[in-house]
Design a protein around this ligand. Structure first.
Ligand code: GN1
Ligand code: MG
Length: 361
């Protein structure tokens, strides 16, 4: 397995151990290692990413820009093969990339404390800040309409038309909830129509295992860059809210374990704004709290839609898996909305703190 791929990078398969790596739902990832060296090999899911070349050209352009403008920044771009290609097609037509394994790094699947949330938020904010003057028109949309809530809602409505009766019955409560939160879609439409809201270079998948940490819990760099493309900052902040605030993640079946940790909200706000505070427009800042509503709602809709569509996108490890995931996300959304007034107080407090530090200088 992978013989031809490894050869194109000048590696001999017999000298390496190959193990599945990470927990992504879309691409397949492997660690290729021996005592001296380690790499990450990733097979791109080309039924999701229809043009793997778009990922490649985006990352090459960004790498070149960052090398010139921020030489010390650690950007983990794919390695080049012996013939200079950073994307390789195997004999059976699949697409692969090879990355260096960052020495001394590890990933975390559950946040232990707010320092990790702060440090990750700094990294995601820094990435968008460093690319603030990069011309986004040069980038391809690797997944067109990826975080387009309007489209996600219409995909949900479409699924309601085609789903079988049994599934519609099982999902009745969640379908009602999905419709009940329609105001979130209206706010999203208002947001996207506002000319002061900017498209920026956005990561689009900010869950904690897409950040590499050192052993002192400092975030080193970002990985899983396939969805780097133009987008709204709400996507990155909102997905941090979705995945950092609750100690239980989207797989949790015991909904009682889904709670909102407001100190993690504070860490995300402080970390992200320490990088992006002077860059975001006032109009954009007003939607900071809304980011979580938008992303949690969207993920709930996506899981529910997939349940109704017989799990064609996310797959399912057990019967009803995507329905449980949708229930989980709607529970999280409820808690998030209830915590809104507390979030507002936190923002006011942190803004005062940040202002005091600026005045000191
Ligand atoms: C997918 O493959 P992974 O785990 O990085 C999905 C994200 C979802 C996430 C939910 C391309 O990400 O949008 O938030 O599952 N990525 C794609 O776990 O659809
Ligand atoms: Mg991803």
């Amino acid at each position: 397995m992978f013989n031809d791929i490894l050869i194109s990078f000048g590696l001999n398969v017999s000298e390496y151990t190959i193990q599945p790596f990470g927990s992504g739902l879309i691409n397949h990832t492997f660690k290729i290692s021996n005592v001296n060296q380690a790499y990450i090999l990733q097979q791109i899911n080309d039924s999701v990413f229809k043009h793997p070349g778009h990922i490649d050209s985006n990352l090459a352009l960004i790498k070149q820009y960052l090398d010139e403008t921020s030489p010390g920044y650690l950007f983990v771009a794919p390695l080049k093969s012996q013939t200079g290609k950073s994307i390789i097609q195997s004999a059976d037509g699949k697409f692969y990339r090879m990355f260096p394994f960052i020495e001394g790094s590890h990933t975390v699947n559950f946040l232990q404390d707010t320092r990790e949330a702060y440090s990750a938020a700094v990294q995601f904010g820094r990435f968008t800040r460093l690319l603030n003057n990069f011309d986004i028109n040069k980038l391809e949309y690797t997944l067109p309409d990826f975080h387009n809530l309007k489209l996600r809602f219409s995909q949900f409505e479409q699924a309601l038309q085609t789903a079988d009766d049994e599934k519609l019955k099982q999902a009745d409560d969640e379908i009602k909830k999905a419709r009940g939160y329609i105001a979130i879609l209206h706010t999203y439409n208002k947001f996207t129509a506002n000319s002061e809201i900017k498209l920026r270079v956005i990561h689009h998948d900010t869950k904690i295992n897409n950040v590499l940490f050192d052993d002192r819990q400092n975030a080193l760099c970002l990985v899983d860059l396939d969805t780097v493309m133009p987008g709204y900052y709400l996507s990155d902040v909102g997905d941090m809210m979705r995945t950092y605030l609750s100690p239980a993640n989207e797989e949790e079946k015991d909904l009682g374990k889904i709670v909102i940790r407001t100190d993690f909200f504070r860490a995300i706000y402080k970390g992200y704004m320490s990088e992006m505070g002077t860059i975001l427009t006032e109009a954009e800042k007003k939607y900071f709290i809304f980011s979580g509503e938008m992303m949690i709602y969207m993920q709930g809709l996506r899981f529910l839609t997939d349940f109704l569509n017989n799990d064609i996108y996310y797959g399912a490890q057990y019967e009803g898996h995507n329905l449980i995931r949708a229930k989980n996300q709607f529970k999280l959304l409820e808690g998030y909305i209830n915590a809104g007034p507390l979030f507002k107080d936190i923002i006011t407090g942190v803004d005062k703190e940040l202002l005091a530090t600026t005045n000191d200088i």
